[in-house]
Design a protein around this ligand. Structure first.
Ligand code: AMP
Ligand code: ZN
Length: 470
């Protein structure tokens, strides 16, 4: 199976060809861990999960590296603003190290709940300071840096290809499209590789370096860690589209300048998850987490199903109504699979009937055409409703499709930690179901809150609503 991917570098849909036969080096920009991941961030990690699963489905062995940005960084990509980690530590009364450890665990837990496969390796920025220093030294030796105001900068005027992947118009940038806040920068596209002069007092995370005690700029961590684990030339690099103009542009400049060769063959970026009010953002606050969906009674896999319903390169608007529809579609799916499983066992993929075979081929075409997951969901339903496909084949093909979709079709089980429901509570639960049907979400939320206050979560499972102790 040839996997076709849209490459941001060149803006072209092209067949994926690995550098090393049968293998893929995949690097994904991971989370900044000064807060919970919001459901927008989780869309990025879900897209990367689908990409990885698709490559594995196509027979590749994938080495998947994801960084954890646990060094404090500024609230703005362009080296401006307040240090995010210090801000969070101050607000929560914890140390920056504890903040990073706490939110790293929370992130990993969220991805587990979404059935996102663990990367081959998480690489923590704080554990790779030496590698970053080595790369900055390499850049220094090659004449790509200057020191100003105590910080080490990347000199982008020495790298003529700067901004090529992002299609940045250099002229426009030079003429002040972006305000140069840092007076030490010689050019607006220059960026900090190493800070010794922090703008903030009590910088908690600092390390010794040839340029003095300080801490690395954000961009250098991805270059240093990806090259360390995947080599100086690897296959695929991913992230959200917001990373194209600054973070990934800077990563390319410093990596190619340091190594003197092309760095990454395919750049794949996901579009945003939006709220009706616009983009969700960690720094602006007021965002939804996976836990907040769970507290409303949704299963994390309902959110996974919801995300599968949008193509990763299209914007997707989150609404509670669409999450409800995804939850109910997933419920139907689990019921359908459950009843098939009661009657039969999955057949052999080698001996599929013609209709089943052609359903699977459609799915393969769609997933390998730049990961068209909405079409793949339709293929799954087409299969399950097809009277020309035997039950054995339905199960075999659905489970095969699930290698990519990750909906736990074969293993999903409702948690058994249910509490017994009194007659009175059952009436409230029924009233809530009625309210939801009538789109009276205020009343539905009120009822959920009644249980919440008593220490219970209402869980809407494919087998009906039940109560779980918090
Ligand atoms: P961060 O933890 O802020 O570095 O973000 C982690 C990942 O989420 C990055 O790849 C971002 O590009 C991506 N991202 C941030 N906001 C959104 C959003 N609203 N929708 C989809 N992806 C996002
Ligand atoms: Zn990165």
């Amino acid at each position: 199976m040839t996997v076709n991917l849209f490459n941001t570098d060149g803006r072209i849909l092209e067949p994926f060809k690995p550098i090393k036969d049968g293998n893929v080096g995949l690097y994904c920009c991971g989370p900044t861990v000064y807060n919970y991941a919001h459901i927008g961030n989780l869309r990025a990690f879900m897209f990367e999960d689908i990409l990885r699963r698709t490559l594995e489905y196509a027979g590749y062995k994938v080495k998947h590296i994801m960084n954890i940005t646990d060094v404090g960084h500024l609230t703005d990509d362009g080296d401006d603003g307040e240090d995010k980690m210090i801000k969070a530590a101050r607000e929560k009364g914890m140390s920056v190290w504890d903040i990073a450890a706490f939110f790293t665990d929370a992130f990993i837990e969220d991805t587990n709940r979404l059935n996102i496969l663990k990367p081959t390796m998480y690489s923590r920025a704080t554990e790779h300071i030496e590698d970053m220093i080595k790369m900055i030294q390499k850049l220094e030796d090659r004449g790509y840096t200057y020191v100003a105001g105590g910080n080490v900068y990347f000199d982008s005027s020495r790298f003529p290809e700067y901004g090529k992947m992002a299609l940045l118009d250099k002229q426009e940038l030079q003429h002040g499209a972006r305000v140069v806040v840092d007076q030490n920068k010689r050019g607006p596209q220059d960026f900090v590789l190493w800070f010794t002069m922090s703008k903030f007092e009590k910088q908690a995370m600092t390390w010794d370096s040839p340029w003095g005690k300080g801490y690395p700029g954000w961009h250098i961590e991805c270059s240093a860690m990806s090259c360390k684990y995947l080599g100086s030339h690897f296959d695929i690099h991913c992230g959200g589209i917001d990373h194209i103009p600054v973070h990934h542009t800077n990563e390319i400049a410093q990596s190619e300048a340091a190594n003197g060769e092309k760095w990454v063959n395919y750049w794949c970026h996901n579009e945003f998850l939006l709220m009706k009010t616009g983009k969700m953002s960690k720094s602006k606050g007021g965002f939804l987490t996976l836990q907040s969906l769970v507290e409303k009674g949704f299963d994390p896999l309902d959110f996974r199903y919801f995300l599968l319903g949008g193509h990763y390169r299209s914007q997707l608007v989150f609404t509670w109504e669409s999450l409800e529809s995804s939850a109910s579609a997933r419920k139907n799916l689990i019921q359908k699979i459950g009843s098939l499983k009661e009657n039969t066992k999955p057949g052999s993929l080698e001996r599929l009937g013609e209709s089943a075979k052609s359903r699977l081929m459609d799915f393969n075409d769609h997933i390998s055409s730049d990961l068209m997951t909405p079409r793949c969901l339709a293929d799954l339903w087409g299969l399950l409703k097809d009277n020309n496909v035997t039950d054995e084949d339905k199960l075999a093909v659905a489970f095969k499709m699930d290698e990519v979709l990750g909906l736990k079709m074969n293993t999903y089980e409702v948690e058994d930690e249910r509490s017994t429901i009194s007659e009175e509570d059952q009436l409230l639960i029924d009233e809530r179901a009625e309210a939801k049907k009538e789109k009276n979400y205020n009343r539905a939320d009120e009822i959920r809150d009644i249980f919440n206050k008593r220490g219970y979560v209402l869980v809407d499972s494919p087998e009906g609503t039940y109560l779980r102790k918090k």
